[in-house]
Design a protein around this ligand. Structure first.
Ligand code: C2E
Ligand code: MG
Ligand code: MG
Ligand code: MG
Length: 294
């Protein structure tokens, strides 16, 4: 309880915290989660799911986004519950390293499969948290993972949020330039949700914008929703970036996005996040179908 009080004070930045039972329960739950999370790597409880991205114009599978899952003793825990805890506690650094290694290994294996079937290089998009990106060892980790997995770096796309790039702008630009020199691609995730100035877009070497699914959801709601999604696509293209729309659930949304020139889509309409075996089967099926078409 002492620990929980101190934690509550730290979080609120206030030494005179009103200590309610509700707060105590929250804090206790959080500390327990953190304790279990700190052992999850050693216990091999993490697993990557993969969600396919589809080229809106050719209809072909373009690649996958790696999405972390935690198979805890009491069931599968989604990242929205544990990533914030991992981020606050610093556990995201070793966890993120594991994700990077695992996803690059998988990308390399899929590259072999695609090559054997004469298909294009499937992209692997990997989420990088702000704290992980800003960690002094990040570049070393990336280099080590590339070497250990001998993945083609052009296959890898790192997804970074606006929050991660807005702070420490000069250091960030330098780091991004280094990543691109290695051959990697960079995407801004959840674009439009970060309350940041758009000016950063021209300063940072970014290849792709991912339109957040809240905008995709609003796209069919009214004229304003449509105007915003459309403007985001135009903005990306005028800055020589490609665009992925997140959270596409309906055919009508895909049709609008295609008409407006959006490059890729990702969402339940095309595929859900899948365990590795099912994602591999999807890749094989799509590669086979593409082979059949041509
Ligand atoms: P994100 O990177 O924006 O990932 C997209 C999220 O949208 C995923 O949630 C995905 O399952 C969900 N999604 C995809 N299509 C649809 C759809 O059509 N409808 C709806 N309603 N949702 C859809 P998920 O897997 O729960 O991940 C949530 C967030 O957790 C991710 O958002 C990302 O910010 C974070 N995350 C996931 N894996 C990692 C990781 O390995 N490292 C880091 N740092 N963050 C991760
Ligand atoms: Mg993402
Ligand atoms: Mg996203
Ligand atoms: Mg999102």
């Amino acid at each position: 309880i002492q620990l929980a009080v101190r934690e509550a004070q730290r979080l609120s930045g206030n030494s005179a915290v009103v200590f309610t039972p509700h707060l105590m329960a929250d804090q206790q739950e959080r500390l327990q989660l953190e304790a279990r999370l700190s052992q999850a790597l050693d216990r091999g409880e993490f697993e990557l799911f993969y969600q396919a991205q589809c080229d809106l114009h050719t209809g072909r599978l373009a690649g996958f986004e790696a999405l972390l899952r935690w198979r805890a003793a009491d069931g599968l825990v989604g990242p929205d519950r544990f990533i914030p805890v991992a981020e606050d506690s610093g556990l995201i650094v070793p966890i993120g390293r594991w994700v990077l290694l695992q996803a690059c290994r998988q990308a390399s294996a899929w590259h072999e499969r695609a090559r054997a079937l004469g298909g294009p290089l499937p992209v692997m998009a990997i989420n990088i948290s702000p704290r992980q990106f800003q960690h002094p060892d990040f570049m070393t980790t990336v280099r080590e993972v590339l070497k250990a997995t001998s993945v083609d770096p052009r296959q890898i796309e790192l997804e970074i949020t606006e929050g991660a790039v807005m702070d420490h702008a000069d250091a960030t630009i330098a780091k991004m330039a280094e990543l691109r020199e290695l051959g990697l691609h960079l995407a801004i995730d959840d674009f439009g949700t970060g309350y940041s100035s758009l000016a950063y877009l021209k300063r940072f070497p970014i290849d792709r914008l991912k339109i957040d699914r809240s905008f995709v959801r609003d796209l069919g709601v009214d004229a304003q929703g449509a105007a915003i999604a459309r403007a985001m696509i135009q903005l990306a293209h005028s800055l020589d970036m490609t665009v992925v729309a997140e959270g596409v659930e309906e055919e009508a949304q895909a049709d609008c996005l295609r008409t407006w020139g959006c490059d890729l889509m990702q969402g339940y309409l095309y595929a859900r996040p899948l365990p590795v075996g099912e994602a591999t089967a999807l890749l094989d099926a799509k590669l086979g179908a593409a082979l059949h078409d041509s």
